[in-house]
Design a protein around this ligand. Sequence first.
Ligand SMILES: *[C@@H]1O[C@H](CO)[C@@H](O)[C@H](O)[C@H]1NC(C)=O
Ligand SMILES: *[C@@H]1O[C@H](CO)[C@@H](O)[C@H](O)[C@H]1NC(C)=O
Ligand SMILES: *[C@@H]1O[C@H](CO)[C@@H](O)[C@H](O)[C@H]1NC(C)=O
Ligand SMILES: *[C@@H]1O[C@H](CO)[C@@H](O)[C@H](O)[C@H]1NC(C)=O
Ligand SMILES: *[C@@H]1O[C@H](CO)[C@@H](O)[C@H](O)[C@H]1NC(C)=O
Ligand SMILES: *[C@@H]1O[C@H](CO)[C@@H](O)[C@H](O)[C@H]1NC(C)=O
Ligand SMILES: *[C@@H]1O[C@H](CO)[C@@H](O)[C@H](O)[C@H]1NC(C)=O
Length: 880
Amino acid sequence: MALPKILWLALLGRIALGTVTDPTKLDACPGYKVTHAKSTASSLSADLILAGGACNVFGKDVSQLKLDVTYETNPSSERYEVPESVFPRPNSDHSATSRNADIRFNYTTSPFAFSIYRASTSEVLFSTASHPIIFEPQYLRVKTNLPSNANIYGLGEHTDTFRLPTHNYTRTMWSRDAYGVPSGTNLYGNHPVYFEHRTTGTHGVLLLNSNGMDIKIDDTGGTTLEYNVIGGILDFYFLSGSETDPTEVSRQYAEIVGKPAEVPYWSLGLHQCRFGYNNYIEVAGVISNYSAAQIPLETMWTDIDYMQRRKIFTVDPDYFPMPRMREIVSYLHSHDQRYVLMTDPAVAYLPDEGYGTLDRGTAEDIWLKAANGSTFLSIVWPGVTVFPDWFHPKAQEYWSKEFEMFYNPQTGIDIDGAWIDMNEPASFCTYPCDDPFQQARDQNLPPPRSTLPPDPNAPIFQTSSLRKRAIDHTGDDLQNPPYLINNAAATLSDRTAYTDAKHANGLIEYDTHNLYGTMMSVATHNAMLARRPGLRTLVITRSTFAGAGAKVGKWLGDNLSDWEHYRQSIAGILGMAGVYQVPMVGADICGFGEPLFDWSKSAFADNRAMLSRAGYNRDIHNQDTSISQEFYRWPSVAQAARNVLDIRYRLMDYIYTAMHQAHIDGSPVLEPLWYNYPNDPATFAIDLQFFYGKSILVSPVTDENSTSVSAYFPKDSFYDFQTLAPYAGQGSIVTLDNINFTSIPVHIRGGVVLPLREKGAMTTTELRKTDFEFVVAPGTDGSASGSLYIDDGISITPKTSTSVQMSFKNNHLTVSGKFGFPTSVKVARVRFLSVSRLPNSVKLNGKEVKKASIEHDGSREVLTVEIGVPLKQGFDLGFA
Ligand SMILES: *[C@@H]1O[C@H](CO)[C@@H](O)[C@H](O)[C@H]1NC(C)=O
Ligand SMILES: *[C@@H]1O[C@H](CO)[C@@H](O)[C@H](O)[C@H]1NC(C)=O
Ligand SMILES: *[C@@H]1O[C@H](CO)[C@@H](O)[C@H](O)[C@H]1NC(C)=O
Ligand SMILES: *[C@@H]1O[C@H](CO)[C@@H](O)[C@H](O)[C@H]1NC(C)=O
Ligand SMILES: *[C@@H]1O[C@H](CO)[C@@H](O)[C@H](O)[C@H]1NC(C)=O
Ligand SMILES: *[C@@H]1O[C@H](CO)[C@@H](O)[C@H](O)[C@H]1NC(C)=O
Ligand SMILES: *[C@@H]1O[C@H](CO)[C@@H](O)[C@H](O)[C@H]1NC(C)=O
């Protein structure tokens, strides 16, 4: 696979003279023309010079640019670009040349315009024709033509429809603490990649740039997509995808951003969390009450409530004393359950209180700096705070050490996973934050002492060995750049670190803001790894940048407890798991904040919400001012929880296998319908139904009080997951009705052999001792296939593993593969669907089997064969 990459670099040079152009007439700008073009089989480089009078629309046009188009790696520039340390560039494929690439580059010299086209068909995928490129110090524009009614997916994080609107639509990238996750606004994370699907193929485009930007899609006078970026370089990756298989583009994207981290098996269990547990007694009570209600609880989480005056790496001695916390952890561990605690990045600025976490960081001088070099102060939960500078060379060591001390198994809290929040970074200080102390008092946050931060000119530890990057921001307006992105906060620096705040390596927040959460994620992943070397980590973050999934998982943030947010969360999860390569993703079941929603008084008590996130993290989390939403609080919700968790746990190895595959090659774990039906336009906009793995179609009820759902069934064979009755999809919308509040419509897509556990369990440890039951669901051609991956579920490099392929054809199932992982578990039985009569003969490895039975009750036709074959060997099972 070739990954042709287009790289644009600005040369800092002469600024052109010219008159300012009306911002609504950007297409009248002159653009550039090509000079000194040099091309080889694998690259093209050229100088571009302004092709006419400058238009100086949001600043002065840069008069000369350097163009590099390469099928390999990248050079470096004087302008800011996403640092390699944060986003390692993919290994170049040295055999790639323009001749063997699936997609190619074409350009006109004057004015300069380029297009990307599919080599096999010459179909143009991206073209800047008639939209001049604009390159100014604080404004870059590239605009491409799109087909009308383009199917564009991605450009997250957002709460808009999965298929993006094409009329007057703006997506803004600028990490923001976005309480209530409002539609149409910039949210916590930034993934500037889109997939475009056509019936002729699916391709992808990544603009690797971490500066603030607006991406506009509009259909006025032809459909177009326009990047408006306020800094950095234009560093594009075009992904050829495939003409037939939409998931190919996911795998190609994973080549660039990194394949998703493998997660511990236990992390697929149920997690409970709430902001507002008052003390350790309540936390322990929730754990016991889940157990009493017979609802499997794998992991208990605790929010910032446990901290002493909300200082990270502390426990409140009166409410969450360390010995009691340790007791909770040992109780959980002795019951095969786990514990996760919240850690925020901001450290309380209490220089005179002997607060070790602050003092140790100050000693290493690892805090983010204000433009004048003093420590950058902000306000977060504990009041006035400082932010770790993840670019500081000592930051990782500091963070790992804090984790090692506080989360120490012998003396501290032996957590199993980490939850990191507020890492946009979020601040409660409104811009201008001239007096954070006053604002903290006004907001009634614990009053800190008003001593000055350490003198930046007298660092305790030398940091001068750092390579300082000379990014020239002379003359730039960092607070109010001439082009204002559509940030939903008041200004770029409002309620976050200032854009002029400085990092140890000389970079400033203006360029790196969107990377803060991802950098904290990596530091936390490394700190967790240092605590338990060799074991997989679970780190769940709020803010992400492209590539975050290679280390951590994410939850969709602090939304509200209502149906609209529930519906949006499905598209949000599809984006993370299906497009951005962050498959370990979840949303708060029941929502986080507001309104004071009493489920028992509404059909929302149905809680069918749960399975739409089957297999995902942090299922329940709500706010301190909301009512409690633990599942056991209402009988109907408890029943719904038991039902859906039973489905989810039986499917756990199927999804674990999909997660493993994602880790190997980036194949998506969750798929929109069109990934499986790329030629069926009726699927392109669907985002309330989805595939869990490749073969489980989930069609949740998404309206309050409703007992039915309109679901689309492509022309294909399906089977009801619960009854195993066949369901022939007609390529039409059907109404599924009589769905009571404790069940959820789930269908198996024909063509799969599902490795189910024969029943659910209260913990994943118990589940792993439960026998399998294979379900053979033939597709329209009568065949089926599947796979099963098992290992110890926790090691980064497991010593042994089992990797099994199942294949069914002509009434014959073959199970083969590598059976390295020692287990006493058996394949208890195989259930063949759509078998209408008891066969004359059923043979296991050539020998007649006695225990075969048929269920034939008019709607379903299932042949069940009890086999009890240990999962240590392959087998053949056929019938005639
Ligand atoms: C490349 O661009 C030239 C000039 O616009 C055009 O004539 C030619 O058809 C293009 N080739 C492809 C394959 O798009
Ligand atoms: C586009 O959307 C913006 C923001 O919602 C609105 O103010 C503007 O009027 C819309 N323009 C058109 C042409 O619809
Ligand atoms: C646990 O259940 C008991 C008995 O129903 C109840 O009194 C208690 O409030 C519950 N505690 C929590 C934290 O849910
Ligand atoms: C440096 O800048 C910060 C933030 O703007 C300000 O609060 C502080 O007083 C300044 N310090 C000095 C020594 O000028
Ligand atoms: C939002 O809230 C709903 C319920 O109100 C919840 O089920 C869903 O998972 C949440 N997530 C997002 C991102 O909307
Ligand atoms: C759903 O049912 C509850 C309880 O009967 C009622 O209060 C609520 O208004 C209903 N909601 C809708 C949207 O009909
Ligand atoms: C809900 O529907 C399921 C599936 O049809 C059924 O098994 C269950 O008994 C029903 N529950 C109630 C409370 O009606």
